[in-house]
Design a protein around this ligand. Structure first.
Ligand code: SF4
Ligand code: SF4
Length: 428
């Protein structure tokens, strides 16, 4: 006896709910987000900066690699089980059925006003969902909390608001008019995945060797959201592996005590793999090698992100004056300092100048020291270094500027500052 608990539809609804929840919370938790206003990339709640582009590149390559491996293993299952496009299509279809019931609209015909009310409710519901999707998509590029704050205070910028509205309009058109037509005709992922699949990729397969058992009920055809007949071929690019035809055939043939004629299968082997790994699609060495490479790549990326400096420091000298002599008789050089707190917590950072380990006689002059920096804050400020000239030669000398988190001395950074000494300090 088949129960709803056994159906692929039920499992798919659960996966759709979980993947939708993941996509919604991802920008809020900075798991994967490119913040365009500040040109920073958030990955696993760590912030990467433009000068750490190699990490961003490696993260993108990992994402691409995972997509390729996933497609090779499971074919187009993303489309049927996780893609927001499919979720929107099914949500609108469900809402359509609800409004038809609510306004008592028959399958064909019916009073015009009832049909109008039903269509209006469908459009309003789809528009509301579309706006939420527009917000969620923009949240991957602009801080979602600041968007909400701006909406609440009525100060949302015209650009951000316009982009959200534009995306919402496209999603609305998609939900009302295109739906699975987009998946079949225009989706680039759908076209791409055909390139990476092989003879052992998961497919939905009609068991042609048992074709004489088919009772031609066409239930598999009626339930297919893509409008295809899976009996014609398991390699139809439109198939999004939703499993609806599997459920339909299973339920029809169960009445005759027969097993389904349509199943998920690893290629045309005609059976699923054995054991946990086999059932997950690891049915040959090629898949295990790709999996091992993915794990190694992921570990390397996490290590690289883990060892990166949480504090960055750079100094540029004021070359319009090179040097000046103070009233105290010391030589001064002026600089601009750029310091950025790349960690996820606020802190105070003390700055010191070091001339050499044996004679640290240089002195740093800055409006405020230690410098308070919020998490991910960058600050640019003017400062000067003065020395009495001891152990320095005329012309450029290399001094070290050190910054250190007052509360955690393991967080520190050094940079060089070129200090110009005159030929003769006394001649100035
Ligand atoms: S053929 Fe079956 S699995 Fe493929 S899209 Fe149609 S119903 Fe879904
Ligand atoms: S649902 Fe099964 S029995 Fe009915 S037409 Fe499809 S394959 Fe044949």
């Amino acid at each position: 006896m088949i129960t709803t608990l056994d159906t692929y539809r039920r499992k798919r609804r659960l996966v759709e709910a979980l993947s939708t929840a993941a996509i919604v919370v991802m920008p809020f938790l900075n798991i994967f987000r490119l913040d365009v206003p500040t040109l920073r990339f958030y990955f696993l709640n760590k912030v990467l900066w433009v000068d750490e582009f190699y990490l961003l590149f490696l993260a993108m390559m990992l994402l691409l690699w995972v997509i390729v491996m996933f497609s090779m293993l499971y074919g187009r299952i993303w489309c049927g089980w996780m893609c927001p496009q499919t979720v929107v299509s099914e949500l609108v279809r469900w809402w359509e059925a609800k409004t038809r019931k609510l306004f008592r609209v028959p399958r064909s015909g019916g009073a015009l006003w009832r049909r109008g009310l039903s269509a209006g409710a469908v459009a309003a519901g789809t528009a509301a969902v579309s706006l939420l999707i527009g917000f969620n998509l923009v949240a991957f590029f602009v801080d979602p909390v600041s968007i909400i704050r701006d909406i609440a205070s009525g100060s949302l910028s015209a650009v951000t608001g316009g982009i959200i509205a534009g995306i919402a309009a496209l999603v609305l058109a998609d939900g009302l008019f295109w739906r699975e037509k987009f998946c079949a005709k225009a989706c680039p992922y759908g076209m791409m995945q055909m390139l990476v699949t092989d003879g052992r990729t998961q497919i939905v397969r009609y068991e042609t060797e048992r074709a004489q058992e088919c009772i031609e009920c066409k239930a598999c055809l009626r339930v297919c959201p893509m409008g295809i007949d899976i009996r014609e071929s398991p390699y139809q690019s439109e198939c999004i592996q939703c499993g609806e035809c599997v459920d339909a055939c299973t339920q029809i043939l169960a009445r005759m005590d027969k097993p389904t004629l349509i199943r998920f299968s690893w290629g045309t082997q005609g059976k699923t793999g054995s054991g946990v790994a086999g059932r997950l699609g690891f049915v040959d060495a090629k898949r295990w090698i790709m999996f091992a490479l993915t794990v190694a790549y992921s570990v390397l990326l996490v290590l690289l992100i883990g060892i990166r400096q949480p504090l960055a420091l750079s100094v540029s000298g004021d070359r319009s004056t090179l040097f000046r002599k103070g009233e105290d008789g010391r030589i001064y050089n002026d600089y601009t300092l750029n310091v950025s707190n790349r960690s996820m917590s606020d802190g105070e950072f003390s700055l010191v100048c070091v001339q050499s380990s044996s004679s640290p006689q240089c002195t740093l002059h800055i409006a405020r020291n230690p410098v308070p920096l919020k998490s991910r804050e960058v600050r640019s400020m003017r400062f000067s270094i003065s020395t009495g000239g001891e152990n320095l030669r005329p012309g450029p000398n290399r001094l070290i500027l050190k910054a250190m988190n007052v509360a955690d001395t393991s967080v520190s950074a050094n940079t060089e500052a070129v200090f110009f000494m005159p030929e003769s300090a006394g001649a100035l």
